[in-house]
Design a protein around this ligand. Sequence first.
Ligand code: NAP
Length: 249
Amino acid sequence: MTTLDGKVAFVAGASRGIGAAIAMALAEAGAAVAVAARTEHEGRVPGTIGAVADRIVEAGGRAVAVPCDVTSEESVEAAIATTVKEFGGIDVVVANAGVLWLGPIDSTPLKRWQLCLDVNLTGVFLVTKAAIPHLRARGGGSLIAVTTTGVDMIDRGSNAYWVSKAAVERLYLGLASDLSTDNIAVNCLSPSRVVLTEGWAAAGGGQRIPPEAIEPPETMGAAATLLARQDASGITGTVQRSETLVPRV
Ligand code: NAP
């Protein structure tokens, strides 16, 4: 396995939680990282793009904080352009930005349904679409979308969140075929267990999770780093769970 020295990674949704852990791990493996999300100033939920970029730089890595709202095509295109201007190109994309809504369909407000689809699905579409020409220009690369094991939990019902993530898996599985001749690996990745992130806590989750069901965010960092090293000759067109790629901690 090679490291990510000389590679550039764009991580969407990196101001906190799993995205921040992935950004740190990619930087540790040698990539220059664009830390992309909306939060530039500390607010109700902890975490900013500047603080994550600073942590990477303090640890000896390369990073730039890039303001980005994945629901806005204009914002995404500006963030991608800033990254290319700063680091000269893009090799790896991690489409991690996400919002959680686990309420049953019959009590889901339309605006929550639309928010899930806008951030979790359209956001992946916009980030991926804007980045593809830059990966092509480098002769290949790796696209990673963060999904969830909830996609498979049909016996537990339905909600806007799982529906949005299922659509992302269909999007990426088909895209792997479309981009194979461009030497671009396309994979989905989810935690095998629950990661107790700021977002999870803010959404009211976490209180009744037994310790054995909790996964450290670093596992997603290591798994994303492994997928970031792929091109179309390696792992592509797959839906991965973190602990099938890296040992359980
Ligand atoms: P989190 O702590 O809430 O972090 C979510 C990230 O997404 C933040 O950086 C947030 O940044 C960003 N984001 C939200 N809306 C955005 C927008 N419109 N534009 C740009 N960025 C946006 O959540 P997390 O638990 O780390 O989850 C990260 C990903 O893992 C999500 O896709 C989630 O569905 C998935 N996942 C998590 C778990 C888990 O156990 N935690 C399990 C399965 C899958 P800003 O607010 O600064 O924009």
